[in-house]
Design a protein around this ligand. Sequence first.
Ligand SMILES: CC(C)(COP(=O)(O)OP(=O)(O)OC[C@H]1O[C@@H](n2cnc3c(N)ncnc32)[C@H](O)[C@@H]1OP(=O)(O)O)[C@@H](O)C(=O)NCCC(=O)NCCS
Length: 144
Amino acid sequence: MRIVRAGERHLDGVMDIENRSFTDAWSREGVADYLYAPDGELLVLEDGDTVVGFAIYHVSFEDAELYNLAVLPERRRCGAGRALLDAALKGAALRGAQRMFLEVRRSNDAAMGLYRSAGFAVCGVRRDYYDAPREDAVLMDKPL
Ligand SMILES: CC(C)(COP(=O)(O)OP(=O)(O)OC[C@H]1O[C@@H](n2cnc3c(N)ncnc32)[C@H](O)[C@@H]1OP(=O)(O)O)[C@@H](O)C(=O)NCCC(=O)NCCS
């Protein structure tokens, strides 16, 4: 298994994970925008031809934001999410970011467990930020 910057060949796998992971999934075009983004990356964890998970982050000056992170449902709880998060944190630091932000649904215990264990702390709440279903976003950040 290895983590690489995604190419066109990974898009079907990324979209399969995206659609199986989120009720408010990103469009294929929205995801594809990050294939060649100069200020961020779409990273994939691949196992042979299988995309096991992916992460998208963006850097703007000293701030990075984790836009998306998901793992194939049948491959969760095996360290893939943590490996992708670590790779995104390293990539953002290499691009000069000094902290990373993210937003997560208040009910998403798995993701909040992962982020807390990686050193993220809650720094705010956005009321009714998400649709389908409507829910608060918890903001978290971590110094790099
Ligand atoms: C969140 C997600 C990416 C985690 O990926 P994963 O590969 O299962 O995570 P890991 O195996 O690397 O887990 C790392 C740590 O996260 C925490 N964690 C992961 N899943 C958890 C769960 N279901 N409940 C509680 N804590 C959990 C644990 O601390 C875990 O460490 P441990 O296994 O040693 O206890 C995955 O659950 C997922 O794809 N969810 C759907 C998409 C999503 O919600 N993305 C986040 C959007 S903000």
